[in-house]
Design a protein. Structure first.
Length: 144
């Protein structure tokens, strides 16, 4: 991290690791940094941190923002479902769980968003988007 203190993905992954290690203060610092740097998943990881530390109401607030930014974020839908469940709102939890499992026909049937020639064949990590063909994914990986 010292080499790349502003690497958005590295900070997000460290945040997720800190959540698993129950290092709440560090996780919140990293999540706030992700949001400040404009990382699309920033509100999702902060929502995950809130949920993991037992603040489901704060989690819902962040996850609402995350889903406005990226409505197809399956992880955000799953997390918000868990937050609603923790708040005792079974109906909303079920709705969000169903949305998390909904199949996105367009994403699975489309062409690579880079070359627009080949069918989409890879899932990106950690967002789970199906956007690139195998060759464009390899090319992208070589450059990043």
């Amino acid at each position: 991290m010292e080499q790349w203190p502003t690497h958005k993905r590295a900070i997000m992954l460290r945040c997720e690791a800190r959540i698993k290690l129950q290092q709440w203060d560090g996780a919140m610092e990293d999540a706030d940094a992700c949001i400040a740097m404009g990382l699309r998943e920033g509100h999702r990881v902060r929502g995950a941190a809130h949920l993991s530390r037992g603040s489901p109401r704060d989690a819902v607030a962040d996850l609402n923002i995350a889903l406005r930014i990226e409505p197809s974020d399956r992880k955000a839908w799953r997390l918000r479902s868990k937050a609603h469940e923790a708040l005792g709102n079974a109906r909303r939890a079920a709705e969000d769980a169903a949305e998390a499992e909904r199949k996105d026909e367009d994403a699975d049937a489309g062409l690579c968003v880079v070359c627009i020639d080949e069918p989409r064949a890879t899932r990106l990590n950690p967002c789970d988007h199906n956007a690139l063909c195998a060759e464009c994914a390899r090319e992208c990986q070589r450059h990043h």
